[in-house]
Write a protein that binds this ligand. Structure first.
Ligand SMILES: [Zn+2]
Ligand SMILES: [Zn+2]
Ligand SMILES: [Zn+2]
Length: 89
């Protein structure tokens, strides 16, 4: 089955993966709706053809030893004004 490969940045501190670009890996099967080799390019009515893509594969092309932008923003929103409150992680 075809699947998407997401190139992106992996943030080791928070464990988040930020996708930068997505490309499709073609399985080259004639019974797959997403493949270029699909036997019925228009109006596929075959019940045996694959209609679902598998979950995207993550391909970390960059590793950042920092938090991602989302986490930094969240940190700034929760912290800052409430300096006396202990940080729950
Ligand atoms: Zn496929
Ligand atoms: Zn088909
Ligand atoms: Zn994060």
């Amino acid at each position: 089955m075809c699947h998407n490969i997401q190139d992106g940045r992996y943030h080791t501190v928070c464990g988040h993966f930020i996708a930068m670009s997505t490309r499709m890996q073609d399985c080259m099967r004639p019974d797959c709706l997403f493949s270029q080799r699909h036997a019925h390019p228009t109006g596929c009515k075959s019940a045996s053809c694959q209609r679902l893509m598998t979950v995207p594969q993550r391909n970390p092309i960059r590793i950042s030893e920092t938090k991602c932008a989302d986490c930094l923003m969240r940190e700034r929103e929760s912290g800052g004004l409430h300096m006396s409150r202990p940080l729950i992680t």
